[in-house]
Design a protein around this ligand. Sequence first.
Ligand code: B12
Length: 226
Amino acid sequence: MPEDEPPESLATPEFVAALLADGDDDMAAWVIGEALEERPRADVFDGLLRPAMEIVGSRWETGAWSISQEHLASVSLMAALSRVRPGEPAEMRVGPVAVLAAPAGEQHVSGLACLAQILEERGWHVENLGANVPADDLRRFVSSRGVDLVALSIGTHDRIPALREAIGAIRAAGAGGDSLPLMVGGRGVAGMEDEIEGPDLVTASLVEAGQFVDGLDARFRSGSPR
Ligand code: B12
């Protein structure tokens, strides 16, 4: 290789998957941080972290990696993510509020942690309720406070009934639940986008989620009421 050739990027899904399965969240955070210097956050999460965890999933499925390695990888991913969390943009200290949740029975939540950062980077305040939130409880939570956006995530198609129930509960929430911006996503909605009714956006892409949120931000800045 010629001497002035730049080194190949370390930010490959294979390398990140290996670091995470080794529990090396320090190094994984460093590699993700390097990628964030080059590309927008949503791009890095969609194009690097998701495929890295797909590698983890398929190695677990084939038995190449154990359940313990797969669990270590997902815990390390959360630790690495917390290290690359965006700083608060000073100009939007009191930002709009987003509630994030995974419906009843859903345990896959790293996508929500990624989405939280897409929102925080834009100055949003995020209340991430995490895994397994019953629909009725979510409805009560959302009805009881000022919320500007709800986002739900599922990891597999078999959680679609629980997702539909959660969507119905949000739409039935008092204080404007019927018109509350609502997006749903995650691996479990891929290929089902046309069959999920009720949300304003259905997508597994954080790039698309970011664009949707930018549209909402423009509405808030122009003074449209909650
Ligand atoms: C880690 C993991 C787990 C962990 C999750 C821990 C955690 N804290 O999240 C644990 C161990 C709990 C788990 C459990 C199970 N899992 Co699992 N899991 C995975 C794995 C390896 C990685 C998931 C992950 O973290 N991805 C990284 C994130 C960043 O990607 P993501 O979730 O897709 O999110 C991206 C987008 O979808 C988007 N996004 C996500 N949410 C949202 C929301 C909105 C609004 C928007 C706009 C975008 C968006 O943003 C992210 C960046 O692009 C996947 C493999 C895979 N192919 O994904 C299997 C996988 C999803 N699991 C699988 C299975 C089978 C299970 C179990 C049934 C296993 C079992 N027998 O117990 C249980 C089910 C639990 C449940 N009821 O939910 C299968 C599903 C197969 C299928 N039927 O489709 C997979 C595919 C494994 C495989 N075979 O390869 N799992």
